[in-house]
Write a protein that binds this ligand. Structure first.
Ligand code: SAM
Length: 204
């Protein structure tokens, strides 16, 4: 099996464990479409959930499905849900590719903010953004659907730009409807003086 997301476990506190074990109503399975009339936003890899939960609050006209395999961050998102009970949040603890492959509905938006860059050449296969992943996204978003990818990694920016040149499914546009707060990894990139690049894609 190719390992494609880092197994950062983070030490789990008792509170983390409690929210991980909870059968929260925000948990979503592949086979269940969210009960919403709002446009669906799939957020891939929300990390520690700090900025993601703010984005959920600030974008109440959109229904978010947050996907994150990292248990500590996932527990934080469940904790947020249980305290605030937002009507526009669903969560999935696992791999976004498996989730996308299994769902039988289409999302309006997909966000991938600061994906793990896997900068070493020998780890290229672990990078989430690839031609085959764009094909998968193309099947799982509406005709009017959009994707937003943001990264501060120069290597990943070059990689994304190469992948975009190789495909005809998507064109780059400017406007993406959903606002976002500066995330933990965004902040790390800014502190290191990295150039942050944002790619917004619509179907060509
Ligand atoms: C560098 S962190 C960025 C986190 C957050 N978006 C931010 O901006 O701070 C990348 C996150 O993507 C998650 N991730 C990696 N592979 C994934 C996958 N296949 N599906 C869903 N999430 C994934 C990781 O667990 C990690 O939390």
């Amino acid at each position: 099996m190719i390992k494609t997301f880092s197994s950062r476990a983070g030490r789990l506190s008792d509170t983390n464990k409690k929210f991980l074990e909870l059968q929260s109503t925000c948990l979503i399975k592949h086979e269940t479409k969210p009960q919403t009339k709002l446009p669906i936003v799939i957020d891939i890899g929300f990390g520690d959930a700090q900025s993601f939960t703010k984005d959920v609050v600030n974008n109440k006209n959109h229904c978010f499905i947050g996907i994150e395999p990292y248990k500590k961050g996932f527990a934080k998102a469940v904790e947020f849900y249980e305290k605030e009970k937002p009507k526009n949040l669903y969560l999935y603890n696992g791999d976004a590719r498996e989730f996308l492959e299994a769902i039988e509905y289409k999302a309006s938006f997909v966000r991938i903010h600061f994906p793990d860059p896997w900068p070493k050449k020998k780890h290229i296969k672990r990078r989430l953004i690839s031609l085959s992943f764009l094909h998968l996204l193309n099947q799982k978003i509406l005709e009017t659907g959009k994707i937003e990818i943001i990264t501060d990694s120069k290597t990943y920016q070059n990689h994304i730009e190469d992948v975009l040149k190789e495909q005809k499914l998507f064109k780059q546009i400017d406007n993406f409807e959903i606002s976002y707060e500066v995330s933990t990894f965004h902040n790390k990139g800014l502190k290191k003086g990295h150039e942050i690049r944002r790619y917004v894609l619509a179907k060509a």
